[in-house]
Design a protein around this ligand. Structure first.
Ligand SMILES: Nc1ncnc2c1ncn2[C@@H]1O[C@H](COP(=O)(O)OP(=O)(O)O)[C@@H](O)[C@H]1O
Ligand SMILES: [Mg+2]
Length: 367
């Protein structure tokens, strides 16, 4: 019989069947506070999951498991301390030691709203309390400074024996853009070769500090330039943006194939310009077709993070440099984008959990 001790309680928690509880990483040290007063238990449990994954369902599953094993307890006060999990990767740790996760936002085709999605997801993650950085790596059309209303250039300063760039901040996120370096009239042919060098520099010579997510707005397409970039960045996962129509889906598949070839996990698909709700009549129009993004996810067995409708306010937000989750926080559109950002956080966490359990299994095999 296991007594009412820290390890006894840990044992009960390990019996909970829920993918948010990573049993390999549940150790005595996960219990940060443990107090028994008469028959009441007060416990703080630290889990490597985003704050947004903590809900009453998870809490009640855990308290139920504890109470089942220890019926003598009259009350269990459980507090879950969430922590965003980190991608462990030697290359990432060397290049970006303060950054937990790197996420590419990519598309096969240009003009599908990749930058709009990257900006709004970054801002929504930050609004939920994460530390977020954004690298505008789209050499063909760096548009993020405009979308974030940023006009100034990053400051350059000396840090120890290195010259570093200080990212420009707005709406709680830190930005570096390839647009800060190349001028709008520079020929595209010259941008390719410098792209991977510039992106390398954006990782090693920028004062990012501690970040939960570093998001990359990738150049559209699946050519050599894109492939080189994907191999340059140690990526935790990729988000593919597509519109519902066939021409975009075909290119989205190509992009997925490219990331698959270099072993970057897919965090999910976002369908942009999913539908249009007429503001006067409320009628729904499927301008670019219906359900293509979701079907793609089903066909390829990858997560569907959600669909974003077409709305002039989303476009205006981009043009005037105020992302919609900030400009119109209490609208359906902001809720949709926030929901997608939470799905993304959850998927990144699952990618990290899967990777760490793989490591665990390998270690077991070696014994
Ligand atoms: N859901 C949307 N509703 C309305 N306009 C959108 C939406 N998504 C993107 N746009 C607009 O479409 C244009 C292209 O989007 P952008 O994010 O620049 O695409 P990409 O980065 O894929 O080239 C921009 O003018 C943007 O404001
Ligand atoms: Mg763009």
């Amino acid at each position: 019989m296991i007594g009412l001790t820290k390890s006894g309680i840990l044992n009960s928690i390990k019996k909970v069947d829920d993918e948010r509880i990573d049993k390999n990483h549940l150790i005595l040290n996960s219990i940060k506070n443990f107090e028994i007063k008469e028959n009441d238990l007060d416990i703080d449990l630290s889990l490597s999951i985003p704050q947004t994954s903590v809900n009453d369902e998870l809490k009640s599953k855990i308290t139920k498991a504890i109470k089942e094993d220890f019926p003598e307890l009259s009350d269990v006060k459980l507090n879950i301390l969430a922590k965003i999990s980190s991608h462990t990767d030697k290359r990432k740790d060397a290049l970006l030691p303060g950054v937990k996760n790197t996420v590419a936002v990519a598309s096969g085709k240009g003009g599908v709203g990749k930058s709009t999605v990257a900006v709004n997801l970054a801002v929504a993650l930050a609004k939920d309390g994460a530390n977020v950085g954004l690298i505008d790596a789209d050499i063909y059309g760096p548009s993020i400074p405009l979308m974030l209303g940023i006009k100034e250039k990053p400051k350059i300063f000396q840090k120890e024996d290195k010259v570093v760039m200080q990212p420009v901040e707005n709406y709680g996120i830190k930005l570096i853009s390839i647009g800060f370096l190349i001028d709008d009239d520079a020929p595209v042919i010259w941008r390719g070769p410098m792209a991977s060098g510039a992106i390398k520099q954006f990782m090693s010579d920028v004062n990012w500090g501690e970040l939960d997510y570093l998001v990359f707005d990738m150049p559209p397409g699946t050519g050599d330039i894109q492939l080189t970039l994907v191999q340059t960045i140690p990526l935790t996962g990729v988000v593919i943006v597509t519109t519902p129509q066939e021409v975009s889906l075909i290119d989205a598949r190509k992009a997925l194939k490219m990331f698959n070839r270099v072993n970057v996990p897919v965090a999910g698909v976002v369908e942009n310009m999913s539908y249009f709700l007429a503001p006067d009549t409320g009628k729904k129009y499927d301008i670019f077709g219906f359900g293509g993004g979701e079907q793609l996810s089903k066909d390829l067995n990858i997560p569907f993070l959600g669909g974003i409708p077409i709305d002039s306010r989303i476009r205006i937000g981009g043009d005037k440099g105020v992302p919609i989750v900030f400009d119109l926080p209490d609208t359906e559109y902001s809720d949709i984008i926030t929901g997608i950002s939470r799905n993304l956080a959850e998927q990144i966490n699952l990618i990290n959990l899967n990777a760490s359990s793989k490591v665990e299994i390998l270690l077991d095999d070696e014994e």
